[in-house]
Design a protein around this ligand. Structure first.
Ligand SMILES: [Zn+2]
Ligand SMILES: [Zn+2]
Length: 295
């Protein structure tokens, strides 16, 4: 198994300088749960380098409350130094820890060439592509009343459609390697009566872009109460031959490798025997159970 989606800093908590010991703790907890390789994938928006590149992307949001909410969220997060983070993970790799260097990258419509140019300056192994926001609406921010109020203003079908369109556009940019939590739009528990169209489109976005899709236990910790992706979407990825990663999306040590045995059982039920690991943004197939042998 892999845990290819890990954060060092909880939301709402100011970042600390990352340390190799901290990464070693994550690796030890993963190994104890049968996970043989991890990827550190901190959010791009936690770094001052992203702040310089992307600050103000919310300025054309017509809803003043959403605009202010995003500005505050951004200011709360963009404080760490990307060079320090990269150096720490590379030092952990050099120390022999089973970790690869990653980042979780949001979709910034019209700005992904600039994002790609920034990221090309670093030796990333894997880049996760995520949609947490529809425009400036943080539909997954369960702690933000302004964001959650939107769920009673907008039609669920419209939210799923806009989310799927953003995922398709993100995939088509080729900026990232893995579609993270592919049906995150269900996070707050709002589901359309007939989601098949959106499942088909999400699976096709992965297939046509060549990206892998993430199978994540994080959904079990949220009101949606289901792993990402939903079983019918996971089956669509498998049918199309889309490579898969496994992940906890932990933002703190106790959640590292969360329910990895349950993820393994999901995959086993679909006859999935291999996962996709990454080295220098090139995919490497590894066995589900025995995971990675060397690099
Ligand atoms: Zn995410
Ligand atoms: Zn994440």
């Amino acid at each position: 198994m892999l845990d290819y989606h890990l954060h060092l800093w909880p939301h709402g908590e100011r970042d600390r300088p990352p340390t190799v010991d901290e990464v070693a703790g994550y690796c030890a907890r993963a190994e104890a749960a049968g996970v043989r390789e991890v990827a550190l994938t901190e959010h791009l928006f936690r770094f001052t380098q992203a702040d310089r590149l992307l600050r103000g992307f919310w300025d054309d949001e017509p809803d003043a409350a959403l605009r202010a909410s995003m500005a505050t969220y951004w200011d709360d997060h963009a404080h760490a130094d990307l060079d320090d983070y990269v150096a720490c993970v590379l030092a952990a790799k050099d120390a022999g820890l089973p970790v690869v260097l990653g980042l979780e990258v949001d979709y910034y419509r019209g700005r992904m060439d600039d994002v790609a140019a920034l990221l090309a300056g670093y030796p990333f192994d894997v880049l996760l592509g995520s949609v947490h926001w529809i425009g400036t609406w943080r539909f997954d921010d369960l702690s933000d009343p302004v964001s959650m109020a939107q769920w009673s203003v907008r039609a669920v079908d419209d939210a799923w459609d806009a989310y799927t369109t953003a995922m398709e556009e993100l995939a088509a940019t080729g900026t990232c390697d893995v579609l993270a939590h592919p049906d995150l739009v269900k996070v707050a528990g709002h589901r359309p009566p007939a989601p098949e169209e959106w499942w088909d489109r999400l699976a096709e976005a992965a297939r046509s872009s060549g990206m892998a899709a993430e199978v994540s236990s994080a959904g079990w910790r949220k009101p949606g109460g289901e792993a990402y992706p939903a079983p019918p979407l996971l089956a669509r990825f498998v049918d199309r031959g889309v490579p898969l990663t496994t992940a906890s999306d932990a933002h703190r040590l106790p959640d590292v490798a969360h329910r990895s045995a349950d993820l393994a059982a999901l995959l086993d039920g679909l006859g999935v025997a291999t996962l996709r690991a990454f080295r220098g943004r090139r995919g490497v197939d590894v066995a589900v159970v025995t995971a990675v042998a060397g690099s």
